[in-house]
Design a protein around this ligand. Structure first.
Ligand SMILES: [Zn+2]
Length: 355
């Protein structure tokens, strides 16, 4: 929190422009031109996304008098970030577009930040809040870490593109948003017990994004325009809440630490947001919140509410709960306070129906 608030000053960084709706991708060029950008644009994306959407984006940029070049992103690691940076330097570009489900956006975010370029986020799925947040999850130094960058300058969320993503990606978005209910509780706990900085506005905004998902759960479950538009808006709001807080506190609490612990314990099982969804059911119970409401919202949205749906074993869930506090010892949460033993962890998972 130190960087967000120092000497009584608070730095908020927010996206300048958000365009969301059907068939908005071809407007990318004119949108960013209208906001004073010009010259060369570097686009970072995976090969499949580029094959499906690259020509549309390139044509849109060209119509608005931008030159552009593509850098293929494989893994979200420092090597990929450096590749994008090299292209930015070579072309003298002031704009980097990240187009994809998350990895390419994160790579573009960090590369643009390091090169002082503007970042344009073009999400192709609604699986988590990275499309608008100032954080980039980049692998490097042998572990996963979230780098603090700037929020994207612009977000172009094409509903048609996002509706075409695998249905499971929506589960991730739902779970990542319901997680804000418990993340905010953890933030309040850290304020009350550790004197940590707490921003009411950022906290309320993050919580509102979760409430939106609860209200739209059945529309999201039927994958209709109204539900998925609401999901996209809520994901953008949640990322903005992190930008306002200057930290991931409003968006990420013990349920996220549980998800990160499972990344290590059971790699490849479940999306990030699917795991935070399970985590938030259990953390809600520990916080004395109405955990059944969270479970119901997941079920209505057709997202997983039981570990078995993700192929996770009972043992992995228990281990995840026990390992979660050590993922980030400095981030005080309900799991740091209660320090569950194996029996208590199992009981919690059983009572909430997660295992
Ligand atoms: Zn998340």
């Amino acid at each position: 929190m130190a960087w967000a608030v120092s000497n009584g000053r608070h730095l908020m960084e927010l996206p300048s422009v958000v365009l969301a709706g059907r068939d908005v991708l071809p407007e990318t060029g004119s949108l960013i031109r209208g906001h004073g950008l010009s010259g060369h644009v570097v686009v970072a994306s995976g090969p499949n996304v580029w094959a499906a959407l690259g020509e549309k984006l390139r044509a849109s940029l060209s119509e608005a008098d931008f030159e552009s070049s593509w850098v293929e992103v494989g893994a979200p690691d420092l090597a990929a970030v450096e590749e994008v940076e090299k292209e930015v330097v070579k072309t003298g570009s002031k704009v980097v577009v990240g187009m994809g489900g998350g990895k390419s956006i994160d790579v573009a975010k960090l590369a643009a930040f390091r090169q002082g370029a503007r970042m344009i986020s073009v999400p192709t799925s609604a699986s988590h809040d990275g499309m608008s947040s100032p954080f980039a999850s980049i692998r490097g130094f042998g572990r996963s870490y979230s780098a603090v960058t700037k929020p994207p300058f612009a977000i172009v969320a094409d509903l048609g593109v996002i509706l075409g993503a695998p249905p499971r990606t929506f589960n991730g978005g739902v779970g990542d948003l319901l997680a804000k209910l418990t993340a905010v509780k953890d933030w309040q706990l850290a304020r009350d017990e550790k004197g940590e900085y707490y921003g009411t506005y950022a906290a309320n905004l993050a919580r509102m994004s979760a409430v939106m998902v609860e209200e739209e759960a059945s529309n999201i479950g039927s994958r209709n325009d109204e539900g998925i538009s609401g999901l996209i808006e809520a994901l953008i709001s949640a990322g903005v809440a992190a930008g306002i807080a200057g930290s991931s506190r409003p968006c990420s609490g013990a349920e996220h630490l549980f998800s990160h612990a499972l990344d290590r314990i059971a790699p490849g099982k479940g999306l990030h947001g699917e795991k935070t969804g399970l985590g938030s059911i259990m953390m809600a119970k520990l916080h004395g919140l109405d955990w059944e409401r969270i479970r119901r919202a997941l079920v209505e949205a057709k997202a997983p509410s039981r570990a078995g749906e993700l192929g996770l074993t009972d043992e992995e869930v228990v281990e995840g709960l026990l390992a979660a506090p050590s993922v980030r010892p400095d981030r005080y949460t309900i799991l740091h306070k209660l320090r569950l033993d194996a029996d208590q962890a199992r009981e919690l998972a059983v009572e909430t129906g997660v295992i």
